[in-house]
Write a protein that binds this ligand. Structure first.
Ligand SMILES: Cc1ncc(COP(=O)(O)O)c(C=O)c1O
Length: 411
């Protein structure tokens, strides 16, 4: 029921948390000369900036918050449109709505991420940004998306929630666009139960993100700095307990990746060659997060047969990830039915509609795609497969079972 980091919680996380609790200082700010203050969040931010290869990182309380703050820091607001894939976790879309901007849904391609050709078709004079989501551990086609963004003067935001540790052509995700957002919830590569992170190379964006997450304060304040705050912010700070767990989890990243890649290698080698069975296209086979192995069947009927027999679900059945299952979005339901982005008197905003069937290429792909969990299990995206703790023999047995069942349908 979780991601690889969750499965590996152990003595290292316990020791880190005890270190904080023994000092008794659970708040992210403290005096440098106070021996009880362990500066876990600060250390985690430093480690993340270095690992991702950017100047700055801001730790926050969730991935949704990270996305929302990133959008606001980029200056996105009423009247703006943000292009986002129609197959993504619902929070990618909700964050745009909560920034009061309009999500414009685009098709995915065989990477199960944004199709650059459709992104280009969806650009209007109101488009302000592209949100590239690296879904299911696979980096989006960043080269093409960056070229499009540059050609049209658009901002490029990376939703890296499902791809911590992944890289694209030698660069870590979260360092390619203007700004990146990560999640550390229970299903992610590493976790503290909840948590998020924003990464950027841009000093001004960093200041804005920091202020947004901390009542308008400047980064790494020591005091309250009354009078020096750029704008009103709120509180989305991470606690020292989360920072402690994440430091321990981060040290396990290399081990997690090694295990997942070994599992994937076994699984692929056993199921490859089945007639008509294809794998999702990976933009960087050595850089992806390898949490799932996505297979594509020749048609929806075969896909359904196999999924049912394996007690698993197809991607189309995910209520959290497929636009056509997101009923609050289809019905534009927001808590306050007044104002941006859906209920403003300005008719131009009302023109956007979301409806089942509006992304036929996406619908067709998710209807015949199935995820084999390689290092994660999840009610929505990985309903069948192995975990990071599975042994080589267990992975082999699972792959053989998959092959036996799939072979019956793929004649
Ligand atoms: C692609 C994507 N974006 C954003 C989020 C939001 O992260 P969180 O659950 O930490 O708010 C998630 C979480 O599942 C996600 O998968």
């Amino acid at each position: 029921m979780a991601g690889p980091g969750f499965e590996l919680i152990g003595a290292e996380e316990i020791a880190e948390v005890l270190d904080v609790l023994r000092g008794g200082w659970v708040y992210r700010y403290g005096a440098e000369d106070n021996p009880n203050f362990k500066a876990k969040v600060w250390s985690f931010e430093k480690a993340m900036a270095e690992y991702v290869g950017v100047k700055h990182a801001v730790a926050v309380n969730s991935g949704s918050t990270a996305l929302w703050i990133a959008l606001l820091a980029l200056g996105i607001g009423p009247g703006d449109q943000v292009i986002v894939p129609g197959f993504t976790f619902i929070a990618s879309i909700s964050a745009i709505v909560y920034a009061q901007a309009v999500p414009v849904l685009a098709e995915i391609d065989r990477t199960f991420n944004l199709d650059p050709a459709d992104v280009e078709r969806k650009i209007t004079p109101r488009t302000k940004a592209i949100m590239a989501v690296h879904l299911m551990g696979n980096p989006a086609r960043m080269e093409e998306l960056k070229t499009i963004a540059e050609r049209h003067g658009l901002l490029l935001l990376e939703d890296c929630a499902q791809a911590f540790g992944a890289s694209y052509k030698g660069r870590a995700v979260g360092s390619i666009g203007h700004i990146g957002a990560f999640s550390f919830n229970y299903a992610k590569v590493i976790t503290a139960g909840e948590g998020g992170l924003i990464t950027t190379d841009d000093d001004a964006l960093y200041q804005r993100c920091f202020a947004l997450h901390d009542q308008g304060h400047a980064p790494l304040r020591k005091g309250r700095e009354v009078g020096a705050r750029p704008f009103l912010g709120l509180d989305f700070r991470m606690t020292e307990l989360q920072g402690a767990v994440l430091l321990a989890q981060f040290r396990k990243l290399a081990e997690i990746r090694a295990r997942l890649y070994a599992h994937k290698q076994i699984f692929r080698s056993i199921i490859k060659g089945l007639p008509g069975l294809e794998f999702r296209e990976l933009t960087d086979a050595e850089g992806e997060a390898a949490t799932v192995l996505t297979v594509i069947f020749p048609n929806a009927e075969i896909a359904q047969g196999v999924a049912r027999e394996l007690n698993g679900k197809l991607l189309v059945e995910s209520g959290w990830h497929v636009y056509s299952n997101m009923e609050p979005l289809l019905e534009k339901r927001v808590p306050v039915e007044r104002g941006y982005p859906f209920h403003h008197p300005d008719a131009e905003f009302e023109a956007i509609e979301y409806a089942k069937g509006m992304l036929p290429q996406t619908d067709e792909l998710v209807a015949r795609a199935f995820n084999i969990g390689i290092g994660m299990t999840d009610k929505a995206l990985a309903t069948y497969g192995v975990t990071v703790r599975s042994t080589g023999q267990e992975v082999e047995a699972c792959a053989k079972e998959f092959r036996r069942v799939a072979a019956k349908y793929l004649q």
